[in-house]
Design a protein around this ligand. Structure first.
Ligand code: AMP
Ligand code: MG
Length: 408
């Protein structure tokens, strides 16, 4: 078995990958379909939100000055304003010494500047006893206090979240420009593999889980296409890649990426295009390669599912983020205190599956590595809360240190 001549540092591998990112185009979608998409424009509010001063409580619209000095044992009395017939409440001018009953969300009548809550007044026969003074602005949501017309409310490159969709609705944006989803082809290679969606387990066959994991890892940001299983055969692999590349913006191949007798992907990429690196100083995930065929990037990922996930997180995810113009990290992160030393070796970047726990007493989050560590043990990932990256210049992370944890 040949060995990789050199393992390049992750940092270098990542910078090579990022030099070959082609940005996807832009499309317009209805605002309600934009959750999870990446915004391709700055959103400028074309109206105020709220669009008018409105009541934030049920009660009585008043002039705050008219309630000065009111107390439970010394209520002040206001008179109900009788609107001219047919006029809208907001077109009324509230005179001194009067009030208008109002519900949450209704426009404040002109001349009023506060809402007295229901429980601080008692209304009888068009008169209101006021038991408590209100200050100007009390229980009023002011025009533009949420969003002001002309403000940039959402920035280009943002991954749109549920509340963002609400914000778009509140300022009347019906359509937004988002990044198109890049078409990413997925191939699995290995004579031993079968598709668990089509066949049952039999003999010595192994379920192709990698293509399903990859599709799931990417589905929010990109458009993954599973292109099937290819046997460990140079010509078959070459044909599959040629047909895949015609229809995709980039390709991810898992399996056959090492340098064994049945590992052909490196040769195929080198023959069809150029292999830019093969072998990265990461663990797990060392047999990871990257090349270009017809200007399209192709990732050669390890066959072991855990190694493949590690390589995806360290190299493919940053690629996809850049490809889609994402300007924030896709994954949520928390700081946590290391509860148990995480060993590593200088010269290699480690991907450590971890569990997170919260200590009720000191309020801290604690993180510790999952003990089972085989690259074939997928349950070591499913039982983890996330992962930690130990940089190549570190000999490990000591107990008590505070580190970033990436959450699934
Ligand atoms: P390879 O990198 O092709 O030598 O594969 C390493 C290990 O990962 C072998 O045990 C393979 O059976 C396994 N493997 C390869 N591809 C897949 C896949 N798509 N799904 C699950 N396991 C795989
Ligand atoms: Mg194989």
């Amino acid at each position: 078995m040949k060995l990789f001549r050199t393992l390049i540092p992750l940092r270098e591998a990542r910078s090579i990958v990022l030099r070959h990112v082609g940005r996807v185009g832009v499309e317009e979608v209805s605002f309600d379909l934009a959750a999870g998409r990446i915004l391709a424009e700055d959103i400028v509010a074309e109206m105020d939100s709220p669009p008018f001063n409105r009541a934030a409580m049920d009660g009585y619209a008043v002039k705050a000055e008219d309630t000065l000095g009111a107390a439970p044992d010394k209520p002040l009395v206001l008179h109900r304003h009788e609107p001219c017939s047919g006029s809208e409440p907001e077109s009324e001018e509230l005179p001194e010494g009067e009030y208008i009953p109002i519900q949450t969300g209704m426009p404040m009548p002109r001349g009023s500047n506060a809402v007295l809550m229901l429980e601080y007044g008692k209304e009888r026969d068009s008169k209101l006893e006021v038991f408590k003074p209100v200050t100007p602005g009390k229980n009023v949501a002011f025009k533009g206090e949420d969003v002001r017309r002309g403000d940039i409310v959402l920035n280009e490159g943002r991954l749109l979240r549920a509340a963002d969709i609400g914000l778009l609705a509140s300022i009347g944006r019906r359509h937004v420009k988002v990044r198109k989803k890049g078409a990413i082809g997925i191939l699995s290679t290995g004579d031993e593999l079968y598709d668990p969606k089509v066949n049952g387990s039999s003999g010595g066959a192994i379920a192709d889980v990698n293509s399903y994991i990859l599709a799931a890892l990417m589905s929010t940001i990109a458009k993954p296409s599973r292109m099937g299983i290819v046997s460990d055969n140079y010509d078959a692999l070459k044909a599959a890649i040629v047909s895949c590349i015609a229809n995709c913006d980039a390709i991810l191949v898992s399996g056959g990426s090492s340098v064994g007798k049945r590992d052909f992907i490196g040769d195929v990429v080198a023959d069809l295009g150029e292999m830019l690196f093969h072998g990265v100083a990461i663990r797990p995930g060392e047999p990871t390669g990257f090349g270009i065929i017809d200007e399209k990037p192709i990732f050669c990922l390890p066959g072991y599912p855990v190694s493949m996930i590690a390589a995806f997180e360290m190299l493919v995810r940053p690629f996809l983020e850049a490809m889609h113009g994402l300007k924030e990290a896709m994954m949520r992160q928390v700081f946590a205190v290391v509860a148990k030393k995480m060993p590593s070796a200088v010269g290699r970047t480690d991907f450590v599956r971890v569990r997170l726990s919260h200590d009720e007493h000191d309020g801290e989050y604690y993180v510790e590595p999952i003990r089972v560590s085989g690259s074939g043990i997928l349950s070591s990932v499913t039982s983890s809360d996330g992962f930690v990256i130990i940089e190549e210049n570190r000999e490990g992370i000591e107990e008590g240190e505070r580190i970033v944890v990436n959450l699934w």
